[in-house]
Ligand binder design. Structure first.
Ligand SMILES: NC(=O)C1=CN([C@@H]2O[C@H](COP(=O)(O)OP(=O)(O)OC[C@H]3O[C@@H](n4cnc5c(N)ncnc54)[C@H](OP(=O)(O)O)[C@@H]3O)[C@@H](O)[C@H]2O)C=CC1
Ligand SMILES: CC(C)CCC[C@@H](C)[C@H]1CC=C2C3=C(CC[C@@]21C)[C@@]1(C)CC[C@H](O)C(C)(C)[C@@H]1CC3
Length: 608
């Protein structure tokens, strides 16, 4: 019996050879997968149980089992095992070697020994950590999932274990995302049972971030108003407590969010499907973000025409930020409370540590919805994002003109505003693409995202423009041209790579993508290994970072403050990349290792 890499399940293998130098055994699983295993990952077949096939064949039975937490635990852990895959790099036409293997594929009967402890609400987290260690350290503990032990012929044919037979395996006919969905059903684990390491410094980290993030926003807002802002000016002079509060500001923020909510629910624009959930369900999203920003721009234009004083935003930045913070906290409390009442299947992996503060921070429920109103999608794409440019940045342009007595805003101000506007408009135009990003697919919705969406984005991403209001930077024409070129390069990489991955995830057999090489994984999903995703593992981050550089450069080098976004963004994306690496390693096992061996750099070719 050989252990699946990254899991604690054992499957029948045949040992093909032993390499004395690397001390690795080459084994072949019954589905034709060849892997190299360490000695401790190979066990004698005696002591492993087998079960009769008929038990888990009934779908009805499976469904009812998964509702029981105990059962879910077992079932899901084995699904994870199924998700761990051997991989082969292939062009869109399947390789002959793999084809030969497929023909020879024999039944896979999985018989892991039941030793894993059941999920227990009291020590759930400790167990998860234990299991994580076990997975990472190649311990020999064996887990069981009765349902995964046996397969019907149809399951096998759907590629539950050897998914190389899947349609996306070279069949260039466009297919609906059904196969992905099937695969997802087959592999996705129950949230509460999987060992996901705690991110962001774990429980202690969550306390820290809860205090630090709002404090940092305050620090930036106070700093940017100083004549000589400096990150070393700490603590900045604090305003009196009453200066934070303005009921009108709270009213405006609430109205703004409601206005965006109304635009979101209007039956205008395309309805797109999200990626398959664990339940196999695909949620529907109204992707009318572009419509929302156009209507918002018209509303702002009308206000300007009606002589509404939009400089209010600049002069009440702190109060508006406080109001948004308050709303984000209330929203996070609501999200946390409701997450306690939803089923296991609706919870995100991670964010379910059992620790209130950590779960509150990280987010527990994957797709909190009030009927069809998706709170996470809405918050991520609408009030904060549109508020970023629609309110703050645009207003800063006005302020720039008035304060500096200019006829038009300065070059640097125009560049920063145009770049950020392009970024936001592009995000809304391609709104559907967000459905295949980490936030929407994997992360729970809690304080981190609620605060990030409603406070961090609209009030800290505007720092450059805000800074330029009182620190005009003259830019020569060559400097403008160079910065614009940089922005275009970054944007091109960002957009192309995001769209490529999104198109591939939506339809892996899209003929337009048939030239791309892929690595097949046992989850049924493939990984792109050429094209943009063959250059580095996160080409979209590379493009995003180049753009961030382009909208920091117009602020010059006199102060560190306007470079805050660049610095924060590097940290955010490096951390995000490592979170994604762990998640993908867990999901795709050896296929992911293969991908990483093939695409060696994470974000910057030959550097990082
Ligand atoms: N301005 C800002 O503040 C921020 C901007 N961003 C931007 O948002 C965009 C989305 O980023 P993010 O959600 O972090 O991550 P990605 O869009 O890169 O999504 C990561 C997921 O893509 C899939 N994937 C990874 N590698 C491959 C591959 N080789 N082939 C196919 N699929 C692959 C995996 O999901 P699976 O396999 O499950 O489909 C993985 O979990 C980026 O452009 C980023 O720069 C992100 C954060 C903040
Ligand atoms: C407060 C924390 C330290 C960090 C919070 C992170 C959030 C601010 C970001 C997480 C992912 C984001 C994305 C965008 C904005 C920032 C947040 C919410 C995005 C909507 C920006 C526009 C892009 O085109 C995008 C690709 C749609 C982005 C998706 C991720």
């Amino acid at each position: 019996m050989g252990r699946w890499p990254g899991s604690s399940l054992y499957y029948e293998v045949k040992v093909l050879g032993f390499d004395a130098k690397s001390q690795l055994y080459t084994v072949i699983y019954k589905d034709g997968t060849e892997l190299e295993l360490k000695e401790q990952d190979i066990k004698s077949a005696s002591g492993f149980q087998t079960r009769s096939r008929s038990r888990s064949r009934s779908p009805g039975r499976r469904r009812s089992r998964s509702r029981s937490p105990g059962r879910t635990t077992r079932r899901s852990s084995s699904r994870t095992a199924a998700a761990v895959a051997a991989a082969a790099i292939t062009d869109s036409a399947p390789s002959s070697r793999r084809d030969t293997k497929l023909k020879d594929t024999v039944e896979v009967t999985l018989s892991p020994l039941p030793q894993a402890a059941e999920n227990n609400s009291n020590n759930r987290h400790e167990k998860k950590e234990e299991k994580q260690k076990e997975d990472n350290n190649t311990s020999n503990k064996v887990n069981e999932k009765p349902e995964a032990k046996v397969q019907t012929e149809s399951e096998k044919n759907q590629g539950r274990y050897n998914l190389r037979r899947r349609k996306d395996d070279g069949d260039t006919k466009p297919v609906e995302a059904k196969p992905e969905k099937e695969a997802k059903i087959a592999v996705a684990p129950a949230a509460s049972t999987l060992s996901t390491p705690l991110d962001f410094g774990g429980k202690i980290g969550a306390y820290f971030w809860l205090l630090f993030l709002p404090a940092w926003v305050l620090f930036l807002i106070l700093q940017v108003n100083l004549v000589d802002p400096s990150l070393v000016n700490f603590p900045p002079p604090l305003p009196p407590l009453e200066a934070f509060w303005d009921a009108q500001a709270l009213g405006f923020v609430t109205l703004w969010i409601l206005f965006q909510a109304v635009l979101y629910v209007l039956p205008v624009g395309k309805v797109s499907e999200g990626m398959p959930l664990r339940s196999g369900e695909r949620l529907k999203y109204r992707t009318n973000g572009f419509f929302a920003i156009v209507v918002s721009a018209v509303a702002v234009a009308v206000m300007v025409h009606q002589d509404v004083d939009l400089t209010y935003i600049h002069s009440h930045f702190l109060q508006l930020a406080t109001a948004s913070f308050l709303i984000s906290v209330l929203l996070s409390i609501y999200l946390y409370v409701r997450s306690r009442y939803v089923g296991q299947e609706q919870l995100a992996l991670g964010g379910n540590s059992g620790n209130v503060i950590y779960d509150f921070f990280k987010g527990h429920e994957l797709n909190p919805r009030i009927q069809d109103f998706d709170l996470k999608f809405f918050c991520e794409m609408r009030p904060g994002l549109i508020g970023w440019v629609g309110n703050a940045t645009q207003n800063l342009c006005f302020k720039n003109i008035f304060q500096q007595g200019l006829d038009t805003p300065s070059n640097s101000m125009i560049l920063v505003n145009l770049f950020q506007l392009l970024y936001v408009v592009d995000g809304l135009w391609n709104e559907e693409a967000i459905l295949t990003t980490m936030d929407l697919m994997h992360d729970g919705f809690g304080f981190m995202l609620a605060f990030g969406d409603l406070v961090w984005v609209p009030f800290t991403y505007t720092i450059q423009a805000y800074y330029l209001v009182s620190h005009p930077i003259p830019l020569s024409l060559p400097a403008v041209i160079a910065i614009v070129i940089l922005k275009i390069i970054g944007f091109y990489i960002f957009r192309k790579s995001n769209s490529e991955k999104n198109a591939f995830r939506r339809n892996p057999s899209d003929p337009k993508l048939s030239y791309l090489k892929t690595i097949h994984t046992a989850t049924g999903k493939s990984l792109l290994v050429s094209g943009w995703w063959g250059v580095v593992r996160h080409p979209n981050y590379l493009g995003d970072l180049i753009m961030a550089l382009a909208w920091s450069l117009p602020c010059g080098f006199s102060h560190l403050l306007p470079w805050y976004y660049m610095i924060f963004f590097i940290i955010l994306l490096v951390h995000r990349d490592s979170r994604d690496m762990s998640e993908c390693r867990r999901k795709y096992g050896s296929a992911w290792e293969e991908y990483c061996r093939t695409v060696r750099y994470r974000i910057i070719p030959h550097v990082y």
